[in-house]
Write a protein that binds this ligand. Structure first.
Ligand code: CP
Length: 299
């Protein structure tokens, strides 16, 4: 069974294979005639809210010729509300479906599900730990815009303590050459040490900063993220890292702004029409990338 659990499980060859296929899906409108599934069933099992991940996975699977079952808000609308464990739910659902796309608030949910599942598990976001298919979409967008994956200076900014997309992207970037990552966040929202240790081990240059000031004119990519208020509990975290047109206009030519979305106020709407803005293209790239991932699971 081919599970997708963690970003670091992908190597450069596999990423390249996925991106080549995703590019074909992005460039053609007749993909359903070229790469067709045989009514395999995808179960969307979302214990946390989602717009992009759930709908793009479902759209990707339907476009390939598969069928969909599932529940959003699974914590309320599935038997979890009656006390059923994730493991028991997965044992049952994996006898109904050929792939389960799972989003859950527990950091280890995808791994626990994979241990008991009879079908493939795709981690669609696990607590504050990982969101591997988002990071593949992110990397695909960087590749499409910059036409390279080596020699990149990226600022990853925002609520890095609670945001899983930043972590998964750092794992993927660690596989490429001459990468520099500037983590921009207040101290209490900075990236955890396990990521720093991983990057050090993989010879990735990295630094922690509290503002964009020293890197704004240097970076190739800003990867902005929102405050993850739903994970703050009683703590009241804030940051002042908002990007507006005046700041973005200081960036290098051909540099890009990314965001996994949804956004709050950390990127002004006025930036949307600037050539640097890549975040809506990034969201639309999730469709061909997830089509390629689903195809790779079934073939
Ligand atoms: N980027 C992302 O995971 O968005 P959703 O929460 O809408 O799925």
């Amino acid at each position: 069974v081919k599970h997708i659990l963690r970003a670091q499980d992908f190597d450069r060859d596999k990423i390249s294979e996925i991106f080549n296929l995703a590019q074909k899906y992005k460039n053609t409108k007749v993909y359903d005639k070229i790469f067709k599934l045989h009514k395999e069933i995808l179960c969307s099992l979302f214990y946390e809210p989602s717009t992009r991940t759930r709908l793009s996975f479902e759209s990707a699977h339907l476009k390939l010729g598969g069928n969909i079952i599932g529940t959003d808000n699974a914590g309320e609308f599935s038997s979890a509300v009656k006390g059923e464990t994730l493991e028991d739910s997965i044992k049952v659902i994996s006898s109904y479906a050929d792939v389960i796309v799972l989003r859950h608030s527990d950091n280890d949910a995808a791994e626990r599900a994979a241990k008991v599942s009879n079908c493939a598990i795709i981690n669609a976001g696990s607590g504050t730990a990982q969101h591997p298919t988002q990071s593949l979409t992110d990397l695909f967008t960087i590749h499409n815009r910059l036409e390279r994956l080596n020699d990149i200076h990226i600022a990853i900014a925002g609520d890095l303590k609670h945001g899983r997309t930043a972590r998964s992207l750092a794992y993927l970037l660690g596989k490429y050459d001459n990468i520099k990552i500037s983590f921009v966040a207040p101290n209490n929202l900075q990236i955890d040490n396990d990521i720093i240790e991983y990057l050090t081990k993989h010879n990735v240059t990295h630094e922690k900063l509290e503002s964009f000031d020293s890197v704004l004119t240097q970076v190739d990519v800003i990867y902005q993220t929102r405050l993850q208020r739903e994970r703050h509990g009683k703590e009241n975290h804030e940051f002042n890292l908002n990007l507006d047109a005046a700041k973005v206009s200081q960036m290098k030519e051909n540099s890009i702004i990314m965001h996994p979305l949804p956004r709050n106020t950390e990127i002004s709407v006025e930036v949307d029409s600037m050539p640097n803005a890549a975040y809506f293209e990034q969201a639309s790239n999730s469709l061909p990338v997830r089509m390629a991932l689903l195809w790779s699971i079934f073939n």
